[in-house]
Design a protein around this ligand. Structure first.
Ligand SMILES: Cc1cc2nc3c(=O)[nH]c(=O)nc-3n(C[C@H](O)[C@H](O)[C@H](O)COP(=O)(O)O)c2cc1C
Length: 212
């Protein structure tokens, strides 16, 4: 399926049984974007609303051990961007391209005073991150999860207190690139790639190959 430059798909596409698939479309539209309109301003309030949505996500033993650092001021965003690693599978692409950086970051931090076990909530991290990204997609925004960073360097750069451990970084912005999903058979490469027009292709396994 092809995505328009701003990351949108036709609303309410129907599946092969003629049913409207609003949520499935949102999930398909919510890709990992590595190119944004960097002039687009996202308000702190909009980003807080993403966190507010994630606040309702399930949490192991309902411990809800996370707090969120929102970076939307340019100075703050510029401080975080160089500490993040993008598209490890395409080092030659040097993403995001200069001028295509995201407008904001949300750092998911575990408050170690609330729970010091840093391995126990790795599933919770993924759930809140994807919830925020789906909420962003609903607003016509997009983002990407960034796990490639040094927690120590990020904490130092932002002067975070010692009881906060940065578990995952979520970039948010107005997508300005085309991402295309493809389907692959078992044994075919799952590596994402770009063509000469910088269109990003993401191979996904087919349903029949993942059902046991
Ligand atoms: C936990 C997690 C961490 C990720 N970390 C990075 C990262 O550090 N840098 C990056 O460019 N992409 C990162 N990604 C994005 C993946 O590369 C992306 O999900 C994958 O290529 C599939 O593309 P899609 O999200 O559009 O389906 C991460 C994804 C997940 C789930």
């Amino acid at each position: 399926m092809a995505y328009l430059k701003n990351g949108t798909t036709p609303r309410h596409a129907e599946d092969d049984r003629g049913e409207r698939r609003v949520f499935k479309d949102l999930v398909k539209k919510s890709r990992s974007f590595r190119g944004y309109d960097s002039t687009y301003q996202i308000s702190r309030q909009e980003l807080e609303d993403l966190v507010d949505t994630a606040r309702y996500a399930p949490s192991s033993v309902n411990r809800q051990p996370f707090q969120y650092y929102i970076a939307c001021e340019k100075e703050d965003v510029d401080r975080i961007q160089p500490l993040t690693g993008w598209a490890r599978a395409l080092p030659e692409a040097k993403l995001p391209h200069p001028g295509k950086e995201p407008s904001a970051f949300i750092l998911i931090c575990q408050n170690l005073d609330w729970d010091p076990d840093e391995t126990r909530y790795v599933r919770d991290v993924g759930i809140v991150a994807q919830t925020m990204l789906l909420a962003a997609a609903e607003k016509g925004l997009g983002g990407i999860m960034i796990g490639n960073y040094s927690p120590a360097r990020v904490s130092e750069a932002l002067n975070l207190p010692e009881n906060l451990s940065v578990m995952l970084i979520v970039a948010v912005g107005k997508p300005d690139e085309t991402v295309v999903l493809t389907e692959v058979s078992p044994g075919e490469s799952l590596k994402y790639y770009r063509d000469e027009e910088d269109v990003h292709y993401v191979p996904k396994r087919r349903l029949e190959d993942i059902l046991l």
